[in-house]
Structure formats: C-alpha cells, structure tokens
Design a protein around this ligand. Structure first.
Ligand SMILES: *[C@@H]1O[C@H](CO)[C@@H](O)[C@H](O)[C@H]1NC(C)=O
Ligand SMILES: *[C@@H]1O[C@H](CO)[C@@H](O)[C@H](O)[C@H]1NC(C)=O
Ligand SMILES: *[C@@H]1O[C@H](CO)[C@@H](O)[C@H](O)[C@H]1NC(C)=O
Ligand SMILES: *[C@@H]1O[C@H](CO)[C@@H](O)[C@H](O)[C@H]1NC(C)=O
Ligand SMILES: *[C@@H]1O[C@H](CO)[C@@H](O)[C@H](O)[C@H]1NC(C)=O
Ligand SMILES: *[C@@H]1O[C@H](CO)[C@@H](O)[C@H](O)[C@H]1NC(C)=O
Length: 357
C-alpha cells in the first residue's frame, strides 16, 4: 500500500494575533494510512450501502482493541437515485488486527442504536463517544418530525456500563435540549471533577456545561464561529472530544464547510467539507489559543471527492466533496489515529502528529 506524503503545514505566530499573540502553536501534520476505504459495501465489508461518521469506541478492558460505532444507511425501497436514502442507524464494527485497516463485516445484527423511539423515528446519526468511569457516554443526533411533518434534529444522550456491544444494554436519556428545535454534533470534554463542557452544533459551535454528564445547561457563547475569509466560511461543526497534548493544552478537531463550484453529480450540491483544528487552553478550555489557517485534511482521493473526476466513485458518493471526523484515539502523547469518512459513504483512517519545536 502506498502511503501518501505528509501534508506539512507550518503556522507562523504572526498569523495568530486574532486569537492569542503570546502562544506559539505547534506544527500539525496528518497522513492517510490507506488509499482505499476501510469499511465499504463495495469491498464487501458491510450489508449497508453507506458506512460513515464513525465514533471511536474505546474498549474498557483491552486498551489496544478498536471498535467503531458506524452510521449505516441503505436506499429507500424503490429509490430512484443513489441519494434517495432510508433512515440511518448505528452499528458496531471491530478492528480485526492491530493495523486497524481491517474491520468486521457489518450486518443487521450489529445495530446497537436503532430507530425504535419516537424522538429518533426518522434516524440516528453522527455518534461521538466518551468513556468515563467505566461508562460510555454516547452523544448522537436523533431525527424525528414535528406535528407539521417538519424534520428536526436533536442532540441526544445514551449511556452504557456493561456488555455494551449488546443492543439491549444501553440506557436512553433522550434529547439534551428538548426545547431547542435543532441541535447536533456533541463533543464532550470532561476537564476535571467540576468542569465539564459540551461543544456542539453546526453552523457555529456552541458551549453547554454539565456537572453530572446527564443534564446540560446552554450558554450563550460560542467556542468557534465561521470565518468569511477562511476555508470554514459556511459552517463549523464539532469533531470528537478534545484531547490533551504534551503541553497540557487541548487539541480540538472540527469539521467545516465552504461553497465551491467543483462539478459533481449530486443535483444542487456545492459545499466542500474540510477538517480544521483549534488549540484550547488547558486551564480554561473555552479559550481558543490558536486556530488553523488552512485545513489539515481535504477531499482528495476518489472516494473523498466523488465528483465528476472520481471514476466509479462519482456514482457511489451520497454527498460529494466530504471528509468528516467523529472519532479519534490517542496512541502517544502527541500522536493520534483519526477515523474519518469520505462522501458520507465509506470510512478511512489517518495519523495525526503534533510537533512542538
Ligand atoms: C460478503 O461477506 C459476507 C460476510 O463475510 C459473506 O457471507 C458473503 O458471502 C460475501 N459476499 C461476497 C459477494 O463476497
Ligand atoms: C471488564 O472487566 C470487568 C471486571 O473483570 C467486568 O466486570 C466487565 O464486565 C468487563 N467489561 C467489558 C466491557 O468486558
Ligand atoms: C463512578 O461510578 C461509580 C458507580 O457507578 C460511582 O459510585 C462513582 O461515584 C463514580 N465516580 C465518579 C468519579 O464519577
Ligand atoms: C444549533 O444550530 C441551529 C442552526 O443549524 C440553530 O437553529 C439552533 O438554534 C442551534 N442550537 C443551539 C442550542 O444553539
Ligand atoms: C458532472 O456530472 C454530472 C453527472 O454525471 C453531469 O450531469 C454534469 O453535467 C457534469 N458537470 C460537468 C461540468 O461536467
Ligand atoms: C477545574 O477546572 C476549572 C476551569 O479550568 C478550574 O477553575 C478549577 O480549579 C479546576 N478544578 C480542579 C480541582 O482542578
């Protein structure tokens, strides 16, 4: 397998006076570990057509084992195009060796979170998982429709303590903000015993606080907003939980969208998703010390672009021009494995390294 060259991006402190002039950000580089997708119905890794937006599920008793909670989706019966999809659900897939490039086949019996509740009757999407005190805290988007048939998305919590690879053992707490019509994408940071933060939502990334990890209080401040003159001009959306670097500050990965004119087969689609980062103050994670000037991962491979130049992947991609991240694992102080998806269709894996010099 050919490895892609490291995409090295150097940030000069002078670019960062808008955030914090005294902080010198590290150099962050990311490389793909596979040029072919990891989980894909076209490689016969899954009974589902689309396999994407995966949470990394740390295993309680074996720190080296890797499990993913994968958003899976099929076409509607009688669908007229590859964009005519049915409800999403969340299914388990386990890594088969320590390269983490091979995964167990996903079938109906691997579904852990299903459309079996009113507030998620239209779909369960976009999981992010934190393991704390031997309990999984799973935040995901529940889709339902209101009394007028209008679809709503609600950021929703489920937890599990024992035998969590079995569907029936999850406890459902329902939507975190029942009075808010639209919320999604929760990145939970358990900073210390008293300070726990939820960075969430798309458009802009909002902040909520929690004492017990079950009840969440909205605040009126944002962690990150869109920047009209940058790659994240259209939307920003939380990635997985921030993780601590060797300098005791947090690295936070976020997803972002911008308008593009790249010819692609999806009618009316003109947004490209790229990965950005921010460094959050280790003493007060609501403070952004530095933020990426350019993306660290962009759609480049056929199965990440799914545009008119992508060969067979032009006819496979549910959403062209997307890379998106919801799960990562720290493998060393400043090294991470990052599971990302391409085109809302399949999963890839990359390594991210942070260098302080
Ligand atoms: C795909 O994989 C499944 C499960 O491993 C197996 O049952 C099935 O026969 C395979 N199908 C093809 C076409 O290889
Ligand atoms: C981990 O080990 C403990 C104690 O041996 C056991 O009670 C628990 O069920 C195990 N958890 C998992 C996920 O296997
Ligand atoms: C961890 O869980 C146990 C049992 O569920 C509970 O008694 C304890 O208070 C928890 N500890 C923390 C630090 O949350
Ligand atoms: C989340 O973003 C949506 C727009 O995408 C907005 O309507 C909603 O009010 C936001 N929710 C919260 C809780 O900030
Ligand atoms: C891109 O591909 C689509 C579908 O194959 C086609 O309809 C469209 O005209 C193409 N766009 C350009 C600019 O080639
Ligand atoms: C927890 O974090 C908050 C915010 O950074 C800080 O003010 C507080 O002192 C911390 N508590 C402990 C016990 O470290």
């Amino acid at each position: 397998m050919t490895l892609r060259v490291w995409n090295i991006i150097l940030f000069l402190p002078i670019l960062l006076c808008s955030t914090n002039s005294s902080y010198v950000p590290p150099r962050i580089e990311m490389k793909r570990l596979s040029n072919i997708p990891l989980i894909s119905s076209w490689n016969n890794n899954s009974a589902f057509l689309y396999n994407y937006n995966s949470a990394f599920m740390p295993t309680i008793n074996d720190s080296d084992a890797v499990a993913l909670l994968v958003r899976v989706q099929n076409l509607h019966s009688g669908s007229k195009s590859i964009y005519d999809v049915g409800p999403s659900r969340l299914a388990l897939s386990r890594s088969l060796d320590d390269t983490h490039l091979k995964y167990s086949y996903i079938s109906e019996q691997d579904i852990l979170i299903d459309t079996d509740r009113e507030y998620q009757a239209i779909g369960v999407e976009d999981p992010r998982i934190v393991l704390y005190n031997n309990t999984y805290y799973l935040l995901y988007t529940a889709l339902s429709s209101d009394a007028h048939g209008v679809w709503r998305a609600q950021l929703t919590l489920a937890t599990c303590k024992n035998n969590c690879f079995t569907k029936g053992n999850w406890i459902y707490y329902g939507p975190l903000f029942p009075n808010v019509f639209w919320s999604k994408s929760g990145s939970l940071l358990i900073h210390n015993e008293t300070h726990r933060y939820l960075f969430f939502n798309d458009s802009n990334i909002a902040i909520a606080r929690t004492k017990d990890l079950i009840h969440y209080d909205l605040s009126s401040t944002f962690l990150l907003t869109t920047r009209p003159d940058h790659f994240d001009s259209d939307l920003v959306e939380a990635g997985p939980q921030p993780l601590k670097l060797s300098d005791k500050n947090y690295l936070f990965l976020y997803n972002s969208g911008r308008q593009v004119t790249t010819p692609n087969p999806k009618p009316g689609w003109h947004i490209q998703y790229n990965l950005g980062w921010a460094i959050l103050n280790g003493d007060d994670p609501t403070q952004v010390l530095a933020r990426s000037e350019v993306p660290i991962l962009s759609p480049e491979l056929d199965w990440e672009r799914c545009d008119n130049t992508s060969g067979e992947w032009a006819n496979r991609g549910l959403t062209p021009l997307v890379v998106f991240i919801e799960g990562w694992k720290q493998t060393d102080e400043d090294t991470f494995l990052v599971w990302y998806q391409g085109c809302d269709s399949t999963m890839g894996l990359a390594e991210l390294k942070v260098h302080f010099s």
